[in-house]
Design a protein around this ligand. Structure first.
Ligand SMILES: *[C@@H]1O[C@H](CO)[C@@H](O)[C@H](O)[C@H]1NC(C)=O
Ligand SMILES: *[C@@H]1O[C@H](CO)[C@@H](O)[C@H](O)[C@H]1NC(C)=O
Ligand SMILES: *[C@@H]1O[C@H](CO)[C@@H](O)[C@H](O)[C@H]1NC(C)=O
Length: 93
């Protein structure tokens, strides 16, 4: 019984860093050289915490329904926006 309990405690603390890693990586984009990769993150909203100087924003394979222009105003340097593989039903100017 005692051995079983300590095994459970061990596996809990052993898995915790992994869980934190997964939890933090599911909702953060990878930013590399002013290009933000936000693909495959199940996003329903456009991230508003990325560096404002990004030029590429990859939003592919998410669950976005709309791409309101107002949500991109902070990214004034943006030249490439990839919005493929989402559930976009309406595209605004
Ligand atoms: C756009 O930004 C507004 C205000 O921050 C937010 O409430 C809304 O959910 C955002 N929409 C999308 C599709 O990201
Ligand atoms: C873009 O912003 C990031 C973080 O704010 C900064 O580290 C980087 O040097 C900036 N890049 C350019 C080209 O301004
Ligand atoms: C965005 O990411 C997808 C897959 O992760 C890739 O196929 C696509 O080429 C990328 N788009 C851009 C503009 O980098």
């Amino acid at each position: 019984m005692k051995g079983h309990l300590s095994y459970q405690i061990y596996s809990f603390w052993g898995l915790l860093p992994l869980w934190i890693l997964c939890a933090s990586s599911t909702n953060t984009c990878t930013v590399r050289h002013e290009a933000a990769d936000c693909s495959h993150l199940k996003l329903t909203h456009i991230p508003d915490d990325l560096p404002t100087n990004i030029t590429v924003l990859n939003l592919t394979h998410n669950q976005l329904r709309r791409l309101p222009p107002v949500n991109f105003t902070r990214y004034s340097q943006l030249t490439i926006l990839d919005g493929g593989f989402n559930s976009i039903s309406k595209l605004e100017p």
